[in-house]
Design a protein around this ligand. Structure first.
Ligand code: TXA
Ligand code: MG
Length: 562
């Protein structure tokens, strides 16, 4: 009751909006600084996330920050300053290491915990004798602080328990009417909060991973330990050294599962484990694979900068949907990966599953008559389990209730025979006359077949998997293959092969070749090409064997280097 009442009485303020991308507009900078000097609340841009700022030396102003955010008062705020020369005003016994770090990484996404001077109120530090100091890499905010002439206490500008804000619009959603102003300084470049290092202990300890990688700190300082709370759920009675690390940043309605392991393996895992009503956070290259889900791309698997920028947005998105569960891919913990993984895992209450299956998947694609079979046989001789996607699709037409239900909803009962089997001919007649219906069949197939392929991969004991699919790339499965091979052959060779294989006329064989994508199409979309124009089956088999051996050798070398 009391909380609700407090909310109502919460100062219904007129929130002023400043759009300031550069610090040149002196009048606006002065107005913004004035809000802070007079004890007001101002949302400010930084390179990491937006902050909710107030004069850090003014207990009353600081109290309003806790109120506006609904933040527990034992959770300390950090002080933002425009340069390292301000450190001695607020901190006692500043170690040499602090200046070394400031020299290298300020302005930038690094907060240092130091001993506080008495002028810093305990209200600001949540009762602690230490204080977090940070110099943000945003020229507008540094100019505002300089003009205000006081250190600015600023937690992330989200309502407590919500993901941090990386745009002024996010701040508007959470804070409009509760604070005096919002400075729109553009989208935050880093996207996750600053790295927090405690310099009051020896060796220094990382309390929160963030925009500055742990490796950079180790490079500057030598040994740096990592607080347990960064990678694990705290047990009953255990306390993280940064009080804020005990809170879940964001607790979506649906349970979150974070999948660790290599990008391809984790995508395969997700595909087999996520239920049909799951929301998915995945690396960009796997988006087509999760066609049947609500998907939020995290960034390419090799682009952690992009992932850091998107991680909070990805978590926010599912607020507006009613997904039953959320599955997220997670980068490795090198560089920014430690911070990205930490934010995802915290949202999941540290519910993680490991995906590494030790499997190597080779995807084989190409037009009819190009000679895929030589490669598939060579893979089989290496002990591979071969999955023929077309065959799997036809089996699913008979046995997969989810697929059959989707087909019935899209095309009606007429495509089913009296015995319940699907009349593929009737289905063909419908879709080949109508581009829209064809697209709808494609979408249904994409939402069902890759999942079944991944399930069969997981089920197989084989370490090597050969995936045979003419639409390997289009259905998204190419992305989960460790290698993709385009099998090509000159048109004349293909025509002769098809005539011999299927006992059809030359004209018909030519029309079938013409109806398919060109060799160039497959070549452009795969990692490798196998040109199968060899005149005899024995020669083709020998060449295919060599080709597969080279691929396997490359994998072995790659995994050795990891
Ligand atoms: O990137 C950032 O650091 C952003 C932007 C706005 O600068 N700020 C930010 O503040 O993330 P906040 O309050 O959301 O997170 C600060 C974290 C909290 O987990 C808090 O518990 C911890 O820093 N912290 C602050 N002072 C501390 C201290 N003296 N000792 C240990 N942890 C401290
Ligand atoms: Mg925060």
């Amino acid at each position: 009751m009391r909380a609700a009442k407090l909310k109502k009485e919460e100062r219904a303020l007129e929130t002023k909006w400043f759009t300031l991308r550069t610090p040149e507009n002196e009048e606006s900078i002065a107005q913004a600084a004035d809000i802070l000097r007079r004890g007001g609340l101002l949302a400010i841009p930084t390179e990491t996330v937006y902050g909710l700022g107030a004069n850090g030396l003014d207990e009353n102003a600081v109290l309003h920050i806790f109120e506006a955010k609904g933040r527990p008062q034992d959770n300390p705020l950090i002080l933002h300053i425009p340069d390292a020369s301000w450190l001695t005003c607020y901190c006692e016994d500043v170690p040499e290491a602090a200046y070394r770090l400031a020299e290298r990484f300020w302005p930038g996404p690094l907060t240092m915990i130091l001993k506080k001077k008495p002028c810093v109120p305990l209200r600001t530090t949540g009762g602690l004798e230490t204080v977090g100091m940070r110099c943000p890499d945003h020229a507008v905010t540094r100019a505002i602080i300089e003009k205000a002439g006081v250190p600015i206490a600023a937690p992330s500008a989200n309502t407590s328990g919500r993901p941090s804000c990386t745009t002024a619009e996010h701040v508007r959603e959470d804070m409009w009417g509760k604070i005096d102003g919002i400075v729109d300084g553009g989208a935050c470049e880093v996207g996750v909060e600053s790295t927090i290092i405690d310099l009051t202990v020896t060796p220094p300890q990382l309390l929160r991973p963030g925009g500055l990688p742990l490796e950079s700190l180790q490079d500057a300082l030598g040994e740096v330990t990592v607080d347990k709370a960064v990678t694990q759920k705290m047990g009953e009675g255990e306390k993280p050294r940064a009080p804020g690390m005990k809170y879940r940043h964001y607790a979506p309605k649906a349970p979150v599962t974070v999948v660790t392991g290599g990008a391809k393996a984790s995508a395969r895992y997700l595909l087999t484990h996520a239920s049909e009503d799951a929301g998915v956070i995945c690396f960009d290259e796997f988006v087509p694979l999760f066609a049947g889900h609500i998907v939020h791309p995290l960034g390419a698997s090799d682009d952690k900068r992009a992932q850091a920028q998107h991680v909070f947005d990805a978590l926010r998105t599912f607020d507006e949907t009613n997904v039953g569960e959320i599955w997220a891919q997670c980068p490795d913990s090198k560089g920014l990966g430690l911070a990205i993984g930490n934010r995802l895992k915290k949202a999941a209450g540290f519910h993680t599953e490991a995906s590494d299956d030790g499997k190597t998947v080779v995807g084989i694609t190409g037009g009819t008559g190009a000679g895929k079979t030589s490669l598939l046989h060579a893979l089989e001789r290496e002990g591979a389990c071969i999955l023929d996607c077309d065959k799997i699709y036809h089996e699913m037409l008979e046995s997969d209730e989810s697929l059959r239900k989707a087909l019935r909803a899209a095309f009606g009962g007429t495509i089913f025979r009296a015995d319940g089997s699907v009349d593929v001919h009737a289905l063909g007649l419908i879709v080949f006359q109508d581009a829209e219906k064809l697209a709808s069949l494609d979408a249904i197939v994409r939402a069902h077949v890759p999942r079944e392929c991944a399930r069969r991969m997981a089920e197989s004991n084989a370490k090597l998997i050969g995936l045979d699919a003419i639409k390997l790339i289009e259905c998204g499965l190419g992305a989960i293959c460790d290698a993709t091979v385009a099998v090509t052959a000159p048109e004349e060779v293909r025509v002769r092969r098809i005539m011999a294989r299927d006992g059809i006329t030359e004209d018909y064989a030519r029309s079938r070749v013409a109806a398919q994508q060109s060799a160039e199409y497959f070549r452009a979309r795969c990692d490798r090409e196998f040109v199968n124009d060899l005149p005899t089956a024995a020669e083709a088999a020998a060449a295919a064997e060599d080709f597969i051996h080279t691929i396997i050798k490359n994998f072995k070398e790659e995994t050795k280097h990891e």
